[in-house]
Design a protein around this ligand. Sequence first.
Ligand code: DGI
Ligand code: FE
Ligand code: FE
Length: 195
Amino acid sequence: MDIKKIQQDLKSLLSPKRYLHSLGVQETAIFLAKRYGCTVDKASVAGLVHDCAKDLNKQQMLNYVDEFDIIIDSVTKKQTELMHAVVGREFARIAFGIQDQGILDAIRYHTTGREGMTLLEKIIYLADYIEPNRNFPGVDELRKVALSNLDKATLMATDRTISHLISQGKLIHHDTISARNSLLCMKEIGTGVSK
Ligand code: DGI
Ligand code: FE
Ligand code: FE
């Protein structure tokens, strides 16, 4: 895959700020891939294109949903910020010719996560959270943990998202909850949750 060409095409699809964020996620995903032994090229592409559908307008999103028979669940219908990940999977396939299922799944689940996330999925989920342009209270702590324990950092990110959603009175997607439950039950994290 020609990364330079993807970058060029993506730049014309996204706002300057969103494009910068995408480059940040790409860079962070490459770093995490090297750190945790994931295929660097896959992390690079997935990180770069993860938000490729973010700036599509509502009609363009709906056209994609129609054309590719995308099933939109009831929560996503109500919380439209979840749509760009679902549509993004198909958009990345069609607009960028990405065929690798692992990369497509990492795009699909970059917003909510899901039960039993793959290494690449965790890397993209977390890179999206901690890339250099992100700035929120606690981001530095998350960056620190991400250096030593990918699962724990991903769990912390799901915790933060869920707390944030509750404070805003928003619906929590079942994949977001499954992602957290599944990470919380991992022995390696050492959270002490008994099975
Ligand atoms: O696209 P980005 O802004 O880079 O980041 P993102 O794709 O992680 O998240 C987009 C938004 O989706 C963010 O405000 C958090 C929100 N989100 C994540 N999980 C859920 C959620 N929104 C709802 N309503 N429910 C969820 O489970
Ligand atoms: Fe996103
Ligand atoms: Fe993003």
